[in-house]
Design a protein around this ligand. Structure first.
Ligand code: DAH
Length: 343
């Protein structure tokens, strides 16, 4: 009797020890099979019962049955605990908090300069102009010579040029497209040429080494100065609003005769005077003029028959004026806080 009692006690403590090491529901299932399975130690004790004296059997049998029930209940309790714990961990992991703000999905959008450029080009397409793109890398002829800048023309110095060789350069303005277009087509031409330009300037809040321009020009029989003024007036109204007023001042460009500077009534103070317009009430927005007869002639258009007008405007400057941006360098810094403001 003592030996069976002893075995019962040993089994109980061995089981408890193993139970304490269990860390998973799987461990408990294994433990249950190990101790309570058909070939397990509890079953062996039952078999051994046969060899004990018959008067002790009922008592010992009860003890073994109690042990069996005890082990089963230990296993079941721990299993329930583990299951609950594992469930809780899973819930914690997969928990959905409906109060959390949604993740923002950032959509790409075009750069503010490109937005302004596309808006202006769209308006001009609507006015009958077609788009032509000129080369960024061009020869001195297309950028200067063909536009009536003689080799020693002082106006060349107005535009600090990036030369890549004695003859090749990065275009300083989109006016080079005038020369290419005249060489390749016959009048009438009504072209708008957007694109990038380059100048060897010190980078500051107001100037950069590259920027964008839109060039527009129209050549046909009987194109007059009045056509230029009317086109400018209509274009700037369409771009900035019907209430916008335009003003024309004489200016000089080698490729125009006469040349003009176009101003619009300050969009910020409506003419009262503010910092944006330097208290003049006007914003300078583009250069323009009647195409010089020499330029037409060099391009193969007979100036006795044809005449034309042209203008060129800086898009960064336009965007700066429209959005009151204090520094041109913002456009090239790729700071998302700046760029995301222009949807
Ligand atoms: N190309 C000039 C510049 O970059 C702008 C310009 C002035 C273009 C007068 C024109 C024009 O077509 O007629 O400053």
């Amino acid at each position: 009797m003592t030996s069976l009692l002893h075995q019962i006690e040993q089994l109980r403590s061995a089981f408890i020890q193993e139970l304490q090491k269990a860390s998973h529901t799987k461990d408990l299932e294994n433990l249950k099979v190990k101790y309570l399975g058909k070939k397990g130690p509890v079953q062996s004790l039952m078999l051994e019962l046969k060899h004990s004296p018959s008067e002790e059997r009922p008592h010992l049998g009860k003890l073994i049955n109690d042990l069996k029930e005890e082990l089963v209940s230990h296993c079941d309790n721990s299993l329930a605990c583990f299951k609950e714990q594992e469930m809780r961990q899973r819930f914690e992991k997969e928990r959905l908090d409906p109060a959390l703000p949604g993740r923002e999905n950032f959509l790409g959008r075009s750069h503010p300069v490109i937005q302004a450029l596309e808006k202006a080009v769209d308006i001009l397409i609507g006015m009958g102009f077609s788009v032509r793109l000129g080369p960024n890398l061009d020869t001195d002829y297309y950028n200067f010579e063909g536009l009536n800048f003689s080799p020693d023309h002082p106006a060349r110095e107005m535009q600090d040029t990036f030369y890549v060789s004695t003859d090749w350069l990065l275009r300083t303005h989109t006016s080079n497209v005038q020369v290419h277009t005249m060489e390749e087509t016959k009048p009438p031409v009504r072209v708008v040429a957007p694109g990038r330009c380059f100048r060897n300037e010190t980078i500051s809040a107001r100037s950069h080494v590259f920027f964008h321009q839109i060039e527009g020009f129209y050549v046909d029989r009987h194109v007059t100065f009045a056509d230029l003024l009317a086109t400018m007036d209509e274009f700037w109204k369409k771009l900035l609003g019907e209430e916008v007023e335009t003003r024309f001042r004489p200016s000089y460009f080698p490729f125009t005769e006469p040349g003009l500077e176009v101003d619009v009534r300050c969009t910020s103070c409506k003419g009262a005077g503010c910092r944006l317009c330097k208290h003049t009430g006007w914003l300078e927005v583009c250069g323009a003029g009647m195409i010089h007869p020499i330029v037409l002639k060099k391009g193969g258009f007979d100036p006795e028959i044809y005449s034309g007008y042209a203008w060129g405007m800086g898009i960064e400057r336009l965007t700066i004026l429209q959005h009151k941006i204090p520094d041109i360098r913002y456009f090239t810094q790729n700071d998302m806080r700046f760029l995301r403001q222009f949807s």
